[in-house]
Design a protein around this ligand. Structure first.
Ligand code: HAM
Length: 422
């Protein structure tokens, strides 16, 4: 027996219903924020992903050499592809450009619940603007996308890499040391971080203050620690303005400043953020994003760029963990021919309803009324149309309400208007 490859999944119609619900809901939120949909290829030239991150990212990539000898990779994310497309085709477009996307991504991760080798992202990029209002709106969009799909329990965590770098500078930490420290900061492994900082020769007092800033992220404490760095002080006040807009204009209060949000991808700079669903445990990060620089690396004229991506698979897991009832998509009507002579007329009726915009199906198993009614019930179909010879003589059918069990004789021409009465 064949099995789906490790880290991949099949989605049955019941599961697809949930995925499509989330996609539809998120699409309407993206559109309501003035974003337009963009689609890029599933695979790209491998340099697109190694250009910023170097060869180390190869461990995470699904890469291949095609028959023409080209080195390709299945996309691990869509930010680099969208920026490649922008540089290739869209640089002259009026700014800002607001793009959203849905797409499968591929990472050679160690699979577990919420972490797959093939997974789906819903994301967006905003190009050509980085005013405080644009970034505040980006954060609000991420938050609203998750709220609008029905999640109750989400929290936005906001960090800043300029400020973290200023702290590293103040502590005289070398780039090599930072590479060891960043993952510990990212995972909030403060005990290990303390040991590593000691190994780097940082004083006890500075270690304590740094870890306190990471844990509490209190603006005044941060300000006093980076007071000698004007760029970082400016960045802090920009961040405070963004948060002010988030709170006062977008009315979002479920946020924290968390300087331990440092993000794994190499292209970020300045403000970064994540949204977690605490109920999910280890793989609780639903969304990640921030401001980044890729345009000039890809040969374009540098413009501000920011964005985020939400894991669709984890969003569904989070909804399930909260007991969310996904809206079922059920047939408007099920048609049962009482005998084989009624099949042709039944199909005519099904087609009539489909042409009127209803979803309709008919019994193709010839299993008789009792079993067909049971089947309709198991599929939660509320209206059943029974096509029998006696009624048909008068150009009519029996319309059964499955909830109440009530039956009416209605003329074929009026089935549609009767269904609308529901
Ligand atoms: P990321 O944090 O690597 O960011 O991924 C975004 C989201 O994708 C995560 O928060 C998570 O929900 C989901 N995700 C990541 N890896 C997996 C996996 N193996 N299985 C299931 N879900 C996963 C990015 O990809 C950036 N491109 C976001 C961005 C857009 N930054 C700026 N613009």
């Amino acid at each position: 027996m064949f099995q789906a490859p490790r880290g991949t999944r099949d989605f049955t119609p019941d599961e697809m219903e949930k995925r499509r619900y989330v996609e539809r809901n998120m699409t309407s939120t993206f559109l309501s924020f003035g974003y337009g949909e963009i689609q890029t290829p599933t695979f790209e030239n491998i340099e697109l992903f190694t250009a910023k991150s170097g060869e180390s990212i190869l461990n995470e990539l699904y890469n291949l050499t095609d028959k023409g000898g080209r080195e390709l990779a299945l996309r691990p994310e869509l930010t680099a592809p969208v920026i490649r497309c922008y540089v290739e085709r869209l640089q002259m477009e009026p700014k800002p450009l607001k793009f959203f996307y849905f797409g499968n991504c591929y990472r050679y991760d160690r699979p577990q619940k919420g972490r797959y080798r093939e997974f789906q992202q819903a994301g967006c990029e905003i190009i050509g603007v980085d005013t405080t209002e644009a970034i505040a709106e980006l954060l609000a969009l991420a938050f609203n996308l998750l709220k609008n799909v029905g999640l109750k329990n989400v929290r936005l965590n906001i960090g800043n890499l300029t400020i973290i770098n200023a702290i590293f500078k103040r502590l005289n930490l070398r780039k090599d040391d930072q590479k060891i420290l960043l993952p510990l900061i990212d995972k909030s492994q403060f005990d290990d971080l303390k040991v590593s900082l000691e190994d780097c020769g940082i004083s006890e007092k500075n270690i304590e203050q740094f870890i306190s800033i990471l844990q509490r992220s209190e603006a005044n404490e941060i300000r006093s620690f980076i007071a000698d760095d004007p760029d970082a002080i400016k960045e802090l006040s920009i961040m405070e303005t963004i948060i002010g807009l988030l709170k006062n204009a977008f009315q979002i209060t479920a946020y924290d400043i968390k300087l331990n949000i440092v993000r794994g991808l190499d292209y970020y700079k300045g403000l970064v953020f994540e949204i977690d669903a605490p109920l999910l445990g280890a793989e609780k990060q639903l969304c990640g994003g921030g401001s980044y620089e890729l345009v000039s690396l890809f040969g374009g004229t540098e413009v501000p760029t920011s964005g985020f991506a939400i894991g669709l698979d984890r969003t569904i897991l989070a909804l399930e963990a909260e007991g969310f009832k996904f809206p079922p998509s059920k047939l408007d009507a099920y048609i049962i021919p009482v005998n084989p002579d009624m099949i042709c007329k039944s199909i005519e009726i099904v087609q009539q309803l489909r042409n009127q915009g209803f979803s309709a199906d008919f019994d193709q198993m010839r299993r008789g009324i009792g079993k067909s009614l049971k089947y309709a019930d198991s599929k939660h179909i509320e209206k059943v149309i029974i096509v029998g010879p006696k009624e048909l003589e008068k150009n009519a059918v029996t319309l059964r309400d499955m909830k109440t069990g009530n039956q009416d004789i209605v003329s074929i021409a009026e089935i549609g208007s009767n269904l609308k009465k529901i």
